[in-house]
Design a binder for this molecule. Sequence first.
Ligand SMILES: Nc1ncnc2c1ncn2[C@@H]1O[C@H](COP(=O)(O)OP(=O)(O)OP(=O)(O)O)[C@@H](O)[C@H]1O
Ligand SMILES: Cc1cn([C@H]2C[C@H](O)[C@@H](COP(=O)(O)O)O2)c(=O)[nH]c1=O
Length: 220
Amino acid sequence: MTTGLFITFEGIDGAGKSSHIDALARAFAQAGRTALVTREPGGTPLAEKLRELLLHDAMDALTETLLVFAARRDHLAQVIVPALARGEVVLCDRFTDATFAYQGGGRGFDWQVLSQMEQLAQTGLGLEPDLMLNPQLTLWFDLPPELAARRLAAARAPDRFEAQPLEFFTRVAQGYARRAAEAGPRFARIDADRAREHVAAQMLAEVAERGWLPAQGAAA
Ligand SMILES: Nc1ncnc2c1ncn2[C@@H]1O[C@H](COP(=O)(O)OP(=O)(O)OP(=O)(O)O)[C@@H](O)[C@H]1O
Ligand SMILES: Cc1cn([C@H]2C[C@H](O)[C@@H](COP(=O)(O)O)O2)c(=O)[nH]c1=O
């Protein structure tokens, strides 16, 4: 039986995650794997409703954090865990590292309490009953907040997070850096300050390096 593979995409708003996730899905499909692209908050009918609230309604940091984890639990139970059990590759645009970066770094929510909530939300889902489910690889699109803001300004109207000032995103970026230091090899830092083709090449190389895709340029 093929083992499922869980890969997450992380970074501040505008870092380029969504621009590259489909290319990785295509690379897995070419390698004969079924790849599921999903996102957080969202990915199920319930979690997409919570996403709408999170992106557009005013609330305090605790409410925001509870909604994010509620959406995640539903997404895990309904979509991610069943796909992994079928042996699929799950590519998720944001996961719990975003909670540490945005609610922890950005909003100043207690890091230890977030760890406890993470443990609660990601344990006992049936794959490995006693283990907390975590991604095998997190592609961290790292981009200076000033540049991300310039890219977003040219792209679309801001939601409740994207409308935050630059200082908020500086704290979010620090949250990602802290999480990356704590997570060790699970995190691969992608230099998102480069042209799209270089970003895509680095992303594919990180996955190939772990033996999950053929090396770039190798025959299929
Ligand atoms: N390497 C790049 N160079 C220049 N522009 C880029 C690059 N990658 C993405 N962009 C552009 O930057 C904008 C933001 O990209 P994208 O939506 O992929 O970011 P994101 O990380 O998914 O953002 P969010 O988390 O807010 O959804 C888009 O207009 C996209 O076309
Ligand atoms: C998972 C997660 C997300 N967020 C924030 C980060 C983004 O601003 C939005 C999602 O929008 P995107 O365009 O799909 O990236 O939600 C958060 O604050 N905490 C989280 O755990």
